[in-house]
Design a protein around this ligand. Structure first.
Ligand code: OAD
Length: 269
């Protein structure tokens, strides 16, 4: 379903409002759908998914790097440019307003944390400060040899280019690799343990825009529910997680999240 097929304005589920009214700790887990309305393609949606055009196994993997690292680097440079040109959407902008809206309704302080699978920086640019990046960042390359953080030599090219040699590490002269998690690689330890802690400690987990097919991230909603937390999902279509959460709200990130803030504000008083 596309954003235009989602009822507008959507009806905010009463159960979600009730759970948020009582929450002291809200965690939001996001996936590529969160940035879709900013013009950043998702990975698995038909027609416009990035990987309709490129084979992810070839590009986002050690094997792909071994075969043609210039092509892999060029692909990530293209994605870096795409994200730089994108703007946070209404969903990104609504998230930092959620804590205030819940707090005003409930009369108590609310802590909101984000766990994202996205390698873009749209949450941060949208005003969120507490963001755990499970899959790394397009903007933090590191040395393939010595592992130290590296620097881009300039902006990404304006036009997509098929091959770009990765820059050299200024410490050891090795080549830089993208600072993202590739297929077959483990998540950064600190990010994963922080994410586990957050879903263990939260009252409500809101899952936004993920297909729920990539592990271990997809385990977090299941873990939260097993620990007695309320788990809700925002997604215009059903995902692998829809049967595992308490409620699937059929709406998009940029429609549903601002609507949620408005609904909370309307309940005050
Ligand atoms: P996917 O592309 O697998 O799924 C995107 C989800 O977003 C789908 O369930 C869509 O229905 C939903 N969606 C589309 N438009 C939306 C909108 N406007 N609002 C809300 N939801 C929308 O992306 P992820 O689940 O994030 O990993 O994929 C997980 C991981 O797979 C990625 O982080 C990436 C990839 O392998 C790495 O790069 C390591």
């Amino acid at each position: 379903m596309t954003a235009s097929a989602v009822p507008n304005p959507p009806v905010v589920p009463a159960a979600l409002l009730n759970a948020l009214r009582q929450a002291h700790r809200l965690v939001i887990l996001t996936g590529a759908g969160m940035s879709a309305e900013s013009g950043v393609p998702t990975f698995r949606d038909a027609m416009h998914g990035l990987w309709e055009q490129f084979d992810p196994a070839e590009l986002a993997s050690q094997e792909g790097w071994d075969v043609d690292r210039d092509r892999v680097w060029a692909w990530y440079e293209w994605r870096r440019r795409l994200v730089q040109l994108a703007r946070p959407n209404a969903g990104h902008l609504a998230i930092p307003r959620l804590a205030k809206a819940i707090g005003e309704l409930s009369g108590h302080d609310v802590k909101v944390d984000l766990i994202t699978q996205n390698v873009d920086d749209l949450h941060e640019r949208g005003g969120s400060r507490r963001v755990v990046h499970l899959h790394g960042s397009l903007f933090e390359p590191r040395c393939y040899l010595c592992g130290r953080q590296g620097q881009f030599t300039g902006p990404p090219p304006v036009e997509a280019v098929e091959k770009i040699p990765p820059p050299k590490c200024k410490h050891c002269n090795g080549v830089l690799r993208p600072g993202v998690v590739w297929f077959g690689e483990g998540l950064p330890d600190h990010a994963w343990s922080h994410a586990e802690q957050l879903v263990t400690d939260c009252d409500v987990l809101l899952v936004v825009g993920t297909s729920g097919v990539v592990y271990p991230a997809a385990r977090l909603p299941v873990m939260a529910r097993a620990n007695g937390k309320w788990v809700y999902e925002i997604n215009p279509t059903r995902s692998e997680l829809s049967d595992k959460v308490h409620l699937h709200w059929q709406t998009t990130a940029a429609i549903g999240l601002p609507e949620l803030v408005t609904a909370l504000q309307l309940q005050v008083g």
